[in-house]
Design a protein around this ligand. Sequence first.
Ligand code: PLP
Length: 400
Amino acid sequence: MTDLFSKFDPLIQQRETLLATGVTDPYNLVMEKVVSPTVAICNGRETILLGTYNYMGMTFDEDVIAAGKDALDKFGAGTTGSRVLNGTYQGHKECEEALKEFYAMDHAMVFSTGYQANLGIISTIAGKGDYVILDIDSHASIYDGCAMGNAEIVAFRHNDVEALEKRLKRLPAEAGKLVVLEGVYSMLGDVAPLKEMIRVSKEAGAMVLVDEAHSMGFIGEHGRGVAEAQGVLDDVDFVIGTFSKSVGTVGGFCVSNHPKFEILRLVCRPYVFTASLPPSVVATAATSIRKLMHGSNKRAHLWENSKLLHKGLRDLGFTLGTDEPQSAIIAVIMPDLEQGAMMWEALLEEGLYVNLARPPATPAGMTLLRCSLCAEHTTEQVGEILGRFERAGKRIGIIG
Ligand SMILES: Cc1ncc(COP(=O)(O)O)c(C=O)c1O
């Protein structure tokens, strides 16, 4: 018998080598208690959270929680069915109405996760013989959507408009083409030049899908994302998003003005062949989305936090993923996985949680300590965070 697990041996070996150094397993942390959007108890210690995607701090919003409790009481714990059978409740429709209003678009389709939204939309609209042209650093759910649909994948260099244009020009004029972009790339926290990319895509006759997972709620005047901030939202054919970040719960969606959009509800397998979100989840999502429409003060504070942390870390001598803060994500580049894990552990001992990110999730084989800020972090907390980075960085020898 061939052991089907033998392909994992290199990873098992790398993991064992890392853990043999005595470092805490960075992928096995338990949040024993969550006190607020920015504080949890980990290993019995009060810890500032700087590695969640809770950008707008909606997880503990009292209206959001009340809506969830009410739906749980009135509609029960789950739908036990697909959206196309018994799994569409009033709450799912209200959630889609909230999304249509939030984006000022004609259609909205809610999925059980953002991963399934990308998987479903990409695989359904781009099939065999079609081309998906994507940034090489695209999220796994985008690549998996391409694989599921069997489209030809054409990757271009990260955020390189010229490379995108060249790839598009080489494709047959009559072929179906979908360009897939992200507003904010979550590993380095950098923003895509959507305006130019969408222009060259449209000139080549391609449809455009933008995943705004890490920008919804925060970037753009109404929090609609990078396409809104760059004035090109009207040229985007499909916006993909998630409820697991700024919205503060779980779920995914696609919004669009395409006149035939609704047919997707019958042909999109990751929408049809899975159970719909529980009533409490869609109720929390709808309430959160409606509140995010009026979140400009919170957005302004989050920008302040992002600028403060970026400058503070750079002044301390850390190497960062972007020259300027471009989003709520600030990536600190580590020399290698071992030192990254040591620094991650030292920060945890200081009472600070960040994400340790490593290949294949990261570009160019980088090990990153990914910091994601929340609109609920106070200015004092950002000061605390910098102090903890300084002490841990000096102890591990990452900074002098
Ligand atoms: C760019 C991007 N798209 C989609 C997703 C998937 O979202 P979800 O957590 O809702 O499955 C993520 C999650 O990290 C993401 O970063």
